[in-house]
Design a protein around this ligand. Structure first.
Ligand code: ATP
Ligand code: MG
Length: 323
């Protein structure tokens, strides 16, 4: 059975991209795979952050994951910081990794170049991500292209550890969602929609439906009038077609909305039809915070149990004595 690990950093408010590219594909995997779903709140500490906002976003993210169908009875859902083994294994892996290989990570180079006071945790972030993956002996890690290098590093660290200290870790594979599963920014369709980018073309899952409709009706389209799927020549129209296809389950080739206006209306209707029940479930959960708290408490407990075996094996292999 595949063990699929997905991490979600509460770096912003979840978007339509997160729903179509991560939540719903994970929900479809639930019957056939062992799914581990972590809110990576520790990763949010790698750059300047507001504690109250982090708290709010972590809960919102977990609540939206449940509302989207990541049923906590059928997968493991937890907050990373509630499972101390993540930080513990991260240190052990830091003691396996080299300074140079961390410094060479593209994401570190890009993000550190934009900041004046670079947090040390930004440099060591890939070791924590490796710990997240290796703790649960994940086989598959769905990631965007930007995270592929970190999964590759995870494999290198796991291989190095296993060769030096003994076979403790399963080697994970990065699995990449198809390009069509990438939702682009409606106002700038050559850029990916991202929760940490506040653009007029980002659809947040908790946007009121009239706001959703307005954002879609104002989406940038392309020159010409014909509705054709051609991401190179017509990125705006192609993005709307992909979204409409993903929301309705109809292949792009079978969609024929006629005009740009009709395409936008159909897309808005389809997105809203998907978001309304999700927002309703999220509102129910929010009205009763004890339910989500109990889900996360139970998830953390199960995650701690599952992680303990790996961390103990890694410590023993490295020569650390049990208490
Ligand atoms: P950030 O701006 O902080 O990187 P993000 O929106 O890119 O936020 P991530 O936390 O990086 O979200 O990724 C969470 C999951 O959502 C990943 O599985 C990622 O592949 C998926 N995802 C993110 N954005 C999109 C998108 N626009 N289309 C499809 N999937 C997406
Ligand atoms: Mg991202």
């Amino acid at each position: 059975m595949k063990r699929v690990l997905s991490l979600f950093t509460p770096s912003g408010r979840p978007t339509l991209g997160n729903l179509l590219g991560a939540f719903l594909p994970s929900v479809r995997l639930l019957p056939a795979a062992d799914c581990v779903f972590g809110v990576s709140d520790l990763h949010a500490l790698t750059s300047e952050h507001d504690p109250a906002l982090l708290r709010e976003r972590s809960l919102e993210l977990a609540g939206l994951a449940v509302a989207a169908g990541l049923d906590p009875d059928r997968c493991l859902l937890f907050l990373q910081s509630n499972v101390p083994a993540h930080a513990e294994l991260s240190y052990l892996l830091e003691s396996t990794a080299h300074y140079g290989e961390m410094q060479r990570m593209i994401q570190f180079r890009e993000k550190s170049a934009r900041q004046s006071a670079v947090r040390l945790s930004l440099l060591t972030y890939p070791a924590l991500m490796a710990a997240d993956i290796l703790l649960y002996q994940a086989t598959d890690v769905p990631v965007g292209a930007d995270q592929a290098q970190h999964v590759e590093l995870t494999r290198d660290l796991a291989t190095r550890f296993n060769n030096r200290y003994g076979p403790v870790f399963t080697l994970p594979h990065a699995v990449h969602p198809p390009a069509a599963a990438r939702v682009m920014d409606l106002a700038d369709p050559v850029a990916k929609m991202s929760k940490s980018v506040d653009s007029p073309g980002t659809i947040f899952l908790l946007d009121p439906v009239d706001v959703v409709r307005r954002k879609i009706m104002r989406a940038v389209t392309d020159s010409g009038t014909s509705v054709e799927f051609d991401p190179e020549a017509k990125p705006g129209v192609s993005n709307l077609l992909s979204i409409l296809s993903a929301c309705t389950g109809t292949p792009v080739a079978d969609l024929s909305p006629g005009s740009y206006g009709a395409l936008k209306r159909d897309t808005a209707d389809a997105v809203i039809a998907l978001l309304e029940p999700l927002q309703r479930r999220h509102a129910e959960l929010s009205a009763d915070p004890a339910t989500l708290e109990a889900i996360l408490r139970d998830g953390a407990e199960r995650a701690r149990e599952r992680a303990a075996g790996t961390v103990t094996a890694a410590k023993e292999a490295m020569g650390l004595l049990a208490a």
